[in-house]
Design a protein around this ligand. Structure first.
Ligand code: 5GP
Ligand code: ZN
Length: 114
């Protein structure tokens, strides 16, 4: 989508710090990290919110979650722990309307989230 910043990041029009890329996923460092490790995992195809997922996307979502686990392991957080978050819609904190899985690690995390 032409006015989506994450589509521009996937295309490379907006620079980002790449962590992982394949045909279906791109992972990059969050520009305003909320933890020592803060990576965003996005599908290369534009999907605005979790509400827009279809049954065909079940594999894609599974790949996003498994990629988050792989990146956490690569950075040494598999045993220590990490958090994964999908925000859906504004009240939950979604500010970019291209789905993204936050991977956060490296500090204690409170619960419930704010
Ligand atoms: P949301 O608030 O939608 O769940 O998360 C959006 C995330 O994208 C935020 O954590 C924000 O810091 C990050 N972000 C917004 N714009 C950019 C950008 O241009 N580059 C990168 N790397 N991260 C961004
Ligand atoms: Zn997009």
């Amino acid at each position: 989508m032409s006015d989506c910043i994450f589509c521009k990041i996937v295309e490379g029009t907006i620079p980002s710090a790449e962590v992982y890329r394949d045909e279906r996923l791109y992972a990059f460092k969050d520009i305003t990290p909320q933890a020592p490790l803060h990576v965003l995992i996005v599908p290369t195809r534009h999907i605005a919110t979790l509400n827009d997922l279809s049954a065909h996307d079940e594999g894609l979502v599974g790949e996003m979650v498994r990629r988050a686990a792989a990146i956490a392991r690569e950075h040494g957080y598999a045993e220590r722990g990490y958090r994964t978050v999908f925000n859906c819609q504004s009240e939950a904190g979604q500010s970019v309307f291209h789905i993204h899985l936050h991977l956060l690690a490296g500090r204690p995390m409170g619960w419930p989230p704010g």
